[in-house]
Design a binder for this molecule. Structure first.
Ligand code: FE2
Length: 409
């Protein structure tokens, strides 16, 4: 079946400089010099954004500091990123960058760290505080401070996107700061950095990546290029996720997850997402539940809703073919019957496959399991909006959104 749709060929593609490979974080000092100032004698002050402890525990922080030191780069460590970034963390980061006279930002960590680094980079060269730019109020006029990102989880695709999700606790909102001026200049994808990512976060971030690739694939704004990336990311992620959760030190699986997540970021950066991500923001901020967990839980229910459309059925059936060709059904005992032949049946089978994969990964299948009951639903639906929802392939309204969540209870 020909699935790439050449009639939808218009797109806007953005990408930083990308370096992929085992051990490539050793190029951090050299790349910092490359984007800032080649003169080795010139003083460079790096502002390193990272999480509270994971980089230290893994021993990678020591190696990174040594590498930067050898390139004559001094480092201020901003390790205040705990959970998803807040307005306070971003505004404080800007203040510190100015105080420290930092001239390059380096973000090494998961999606929250990379989102924080992008927002701080953009905010430092532009006036005001992050609230001025929140929810699309304004966009950055000037290009951010030179920025290098290196993910330590495989899931968000944040390293290649042009937005950062920020929570404003005072207004009770979780929304993006968005704009090409805050994109990374260099991305280092080193699968060895992900080896120490624990099972829980490997699962959640991997589920997020798979959800994003499927939402990008069927999005209203999907196009020739995003489909190309979405298909390749599904080919990498779908068979690797159920294996890597029980084989965390397998570098080949980690490579596939990292590449799949990165390519998925390229897909949804040009096609946007769908209703799963529309729900994920209000649920995340109101119930403080991990983003990847919420996304994995809700995906099958949103897929059921979207599968009424014939073009979505075709794409879900295409995912079934990817799964069969990958042999994942035999490699991991997912307890699913053989894939049927008819397109419509295949689409249903794909949804069941996704459920089985997430069950195998120990992601809850019902909202009640994560403490969300029927009386929470109206409040979630009220705040389910934004560009992700607008690009869901099948139109939604308050009633249909409510029904999807009732089905997921
Ligand atoms: Fe996501």
């Amino acid at each position: 079946m020909e699935i790439l749709n050449f009639s939808k060929k218009d797109f806007l593609f953005r990408s930083p400089r990308i370096i992929f490979g085992r051990g490539k974080i050793s190029l951090l000092g050299e790349q910092s010099r490359y984007i800032c100032e080649k003169d080795i004698k010139k003083e460079l002050n790096a502002f390193l954004v990272t999480g509270k402890s994971s980089l230290k525990k893994s021993g990678n922080l020591e190696k990174i500091l040594k590498n930067l030191n050898e390139a004559n780069i001094s480092v201020f460590i901003y390790d205040e990123i705990e959970g998803e970034p807040t307005t306070t963390v971003i505004n404080y980061g800007k203040k510190l960058v100015i105080e420290q006279k930092s001239n390059i930002i380096i973000g090494i960590g998961g999606g929250s760290v990379m989102d924080s680094a992008k927002c701080i980079s953009g905010l430092v060269t532009n006036d005001g505080i992050v609230e001025d730019y929140h929810v699309g109020r304004r966009s950055f006029d000037k290009v951010g401070l030179p920025l290098i990102l290196a993910p330590t989880t495989s899931g968000t695709g944040s390293e290649v996107t042009n937005n950062g999700v920020v929570i404003d606790p005072t207004r009770g909102i979780k929304q993006s700061i968005r704009g090409d001026k805050m994109m990374a200049h260099v991305v280092i994808l080193d699968p060895e950095l992900v080896l120490s990512c624990p099972k829980k976060y490997t699962t959640f971030s991997g589920a997020d990546a798979l959800v994003q690739s499927i939402e990008a694939f069927v999005s209203k704004a999907s196009n020739y290029l995003s489909d190309f990336f979405a298909i390749e990311s599904i080919k990498l992620l779908l068979p690797s996720l159920p294996k890597v959760v029980n084989d965390l030190l397998n570098i080949e699986l980690r490579e596939k997850m990292m590449l799949g997540s990165f390519i998925d970021g390229l897909a949804f950066a040009t096609s946007k997402l769908g209703a799963v991500h529309g729900f994920a923001h209000p649920i995340g901020v109101k119930h403080n539940i991990n983003h990847g967990l919420v996304c994995g839980l809700l995906l099958p229910y949103v897929m059921e809703y979207n599968a009424e459309l014939v073009y979505v059925q075709n794409k879900y059936a295409y995912i079934a073919d990817i799964a069969v060709q990958s042999n994942i059904i035999n490699e991991v005992d997912l307890k699913i019957k053989d894939c049927p032949d008819r397109i419509k049946d295949k689409a249903v089978w794909t949804i069941e496959l996704i459920r089985k994969i997430f069950k195998h990964c120990e992601i809850p299948l019902h909202l009640k399991e994560i403490g969300i009951t029927e009386d929470c639903i109206d409040d979630i639906v009220k705040d389910t909006k934004g560009s992700s929802l607008n690009n869901n392939p099948r139109d939604t309204d308050k009633e249909s959104l409510k029904q999807i969540l009732l089905n997921a209870l």
